[in-house]
Design a protein around this ligand. Structure first.
Ligand code: PAF
Length: 274
């Protein structure tokens, strides 16, 4: 069932809840791939009813060209979601009616890493995700660990704002050669084979850190490996506290290595546990 308005979504969810069903939400921007479908499968395994939202959120794009280039194919996406209880596809006007003026902003976490390179991105993301939670009244929402920083920010504002929803992080789905699945991968052409080396470089560095190599040295090695693989620009390769994302120089708490780099004009991100 395709639902396009908040009123229709709320009416449907109210009926499900009256029947005692747990409602799961998988927020997406479409251009679905196996990573999204694995989130949908996790939602179906845990929830009686599953909503997938498809909304290319203009306010989380800091680059208008990126927004214009974002792949959109509603018919294909809906066909892939066969069996999902509701596909919520609001228009921009439904999401942001005239006069819309509020923002959800998570201090600190939103300014690091991705936030430093994409100003405003996380405010736009946090705002639309808060709205999707409120519109859907879902009990559980499913997010991929591929966007690790996004997941930490969502957990933060859900706790801070006492939102009555549980957040489930799901493992990154990778291609057979290790490349993390992403809607941007379809823009990789000649460099598709080299792109997989991002995961390899991160895994090697993580292994080196675990075996006692100095963190700075291991991260430098990873940056060099990326340059050698053809990544023309490296936005960051950092080891951070897995929750606060503050840079860390020890492994005394769970740590995460996060990277963002450009290959062939495409910006890829990835992260792994260390
Ligand atoms: O990860 C995404 O696709 C988007 O950031 C999300 C969570 C759907 C919000 O627009």
């Amino acid at each position: 069932m395709i639902v396009r308005t908040v009123a229709d979504l709320r009416a449907q969810v109210a009926a499900w809840k009256a029947a005692g069903q747990t409602v799961g939400l998988v927020p997406t921007m479409g251009a679905l791939h196996d990573g999204h479908l694995s989130l949908v499968n996790s939602a179906r395994a845990e929830c009686g009813r599953v909503i997938v939202s498809i909304f290319v959120n203009p306010i989380q794009f800091n680059n208008p060209e990126d927004l214009a280039k974002y792949p959109r194919d509603e018919a294909r996406d809906v066909a892939l979601l066969d069996g999902v209880d509701a596909v919520f596809i609001p228009s921009v006007e439904e999401m942001y009616p005239a006069g819309f003026a509020s923002t959800v902003q998570v201090g600190g976490l939103s300014d690091l890493l991705e936030g430093a390179h994409r100003p405003g991105h996380f405010n736009g993301m946090a705002t639309v995700v808060t709205k999707l939670f409120s519109m859907s009244q879902a009990d559980i929402a499913f997010f991929g660990e591929k966007d690790w920083q996004q997941l930490q920010i969502v957990r933060r504002f859900v706790a801070d704002l006492n939102l009555p929803i549980r957040i489930k992080g799901c493992e990154t789905v990778r291609e057979a050669d290790g490349l993390a699945m992403s809607s941007r991968n379809r823009r990789l052409t000649a460099s598709r084979d080299d792109a997989r080396l991002m995961y390899g470089a991160m895994r090697d560095a993580a292994q080196a850190i675990r075996s006692g190599v100095a963190i700075d040295h291991a991260l430098d090695q990873a940056r060099q490996a990326l340059r050698k693989a053809g990544f023309a620009e490296i936005d960051y390769v950092e080891l951070c506290d897995a929750e606060t994302l503050e840079p860390t120089e020890t492994l005394s708490r769970p740590a995460r290595m996060l990277a963002a780099a450009w290959i062939d004009g495409v910006r890829l991100i990835d992260n792994i546990a260390v």
